[in-house]
Write a protein that binds this ligand. Structure first.
Ligand code: F0G
Length: 350
């Protein structure tokens, strides 16, 4: 019998740290589209699928982790939550805290948060504080605050976040009937790649899948501490979501890449923007940071590192409307015409 998608906690309850008394705070997250890219499949001679996480309620994969983090915070009696964010975590935390009726404070790097993310964070009623510093400084501050005051940290260092986010791996396997051969994902604070490895490993251990994918994580070249093997003091990239110089889940991400026989690599802003435009032409509007996964796929293909016929999933982590500037910059200004069908036809060359 048909039934609506119930959000990741109810869909995967037996695999998540919730009990009968956990108050479930959900906005119906998860169940996002897995869309085959014919163009990328042809070009790479592989079977390429895009997991469109922009379809989550607040427009990014963060909602998967936030439903668990906020539900657990509520269960534990927390009255307030805090996070540092480049914008998506904060929009998600604000929305779920709003639904739960708890106070949400967010610390963001001053002047560095994309328009759609700030809009979401504000409209859901979060207390936004702009930190004079980058994301890494804001995260340190949030951790400090949570250690000394009665407020729950909901960044991905909160283990409940990773538990929720692992459900993306479950959905991919459930949809394909197996794990992909290769899984590509952008890396910022490195929670997501860690959580997805957690998900695949769990399915592998339980015999739901028989082979795990190789995990490839992609940092932006100007913000690639894991690739360089040292923190980056002033990370720089147009992909503001992953402008992070000292990722909290560094070790977990490296372990995921190593255990899965994948790698953490860097892609340039130029490659990111080219991938961003490309997938948009196929109808998939994802923010620049998300396009790092596809930029990385094309890099791997260019280096002949993908066996022909491989099944590949690239995660598109956030919606394009979050950071609309890059869609408009460089686009032709629409011509102005009279309200007349002949004028329209002439303009379109029909
Ligand atoms: N893609 C998007 C759209 C993101 O917002 C983020 C992280 C990532 C990828 C990277 O994921 O941090 O788990 O490695 N955004 C965080 C935020 C930092 O504050 O919204 P990660």
């Amino acid at each position: 019998m048909a039934r609506p998608w119930r959000g990741v906690i109810e869909e995967y309850r037996d695999r998540l740290p919730v009990g009968p008394d956990t108050p479930v705070v959900t906005l119906g997250e998860g169940g996002t589209p897995l869309v085959r890219s014919d163009a990328l499949s042809d070009e790479t001679r592989c079977d390429v699928w895009l997991k469109y996480e922009g379809a989550n309620p607040t427009g990014s994969f963060k909602d998967r982790g936030m439903t668990v983090a906020i539900s657990k915070a509520l269960e534990e009696g927390s009255k307030a939550v805090v996070c540092a964010s480049t914008g998506n975590t904060s929009a998600s935390a604000a929305a779920y805290a709003g639904k739960a009726g708890v106070t949400c404070a967010v610390l963001v790097p001053k002047g560095k948060v994309a328009l759609g993310k700030m809009a979401g964070t504000l409209v859901h009623g979060a207390r936004v504080l702009e930190v004079e510093g980058n994301f890494d400084a804001a995260l340190e501050l949030a951790q400090d605050l949570a250690s000394n005051f009665p407020v729950t940290l909901v960044n991905s260092v909160n283990p409940h976040r990773l538990q929720g986010q692992k459900t993306a791996a479950f959905e991919i396997c459930d949809a394909l009937g197996r794990a992909p051969d290769v899984h590509c994902v952008p890396v910022g604070n490195a929670g997501n790649i860690s959580s997805q490895w957690l998900g695949y490993s769990e399915y592998l251990n339980d015999g739901v899948i028989h082979e795990p994918p190789r995990l490839f994580g992609f940092q932006a070249a100007g913000a690639a501490p894991i690739v360089e093997g040292a923190p980056v003091k002033t990370p720089q990239t147009i992909a503001s979501a992953i402008r992070i110089g000292n990722p909290a889940s560094w070790d977990k991400a490296l372990a995921a890449a190593k255990e899965s026989e994948g790698a953490i690599l860097a892609v340039t802003d130029r490659e990111i923007l080219a991938a961003y435009r490309r997938i948009a032409r196929e109808g998939m509007f994802a923010e620049p940071a998300s396009a790092a996964s596809v930029a990385g796929l094309l890099r791997l293909a260019g280096e002949d590192r993908l066996p022909e016929g491989s099944t590949i999933v690239c995660v598109l982590t956030g919606h394009g409307l979050k950071d609309p500037e890059w869609a408009i910059t460089g686009a032709a200004h629409p011509p102005s015409i009279p309200a007349d069908a002949h004028a329209v036809a002439a303009e379109l060359g029909l």
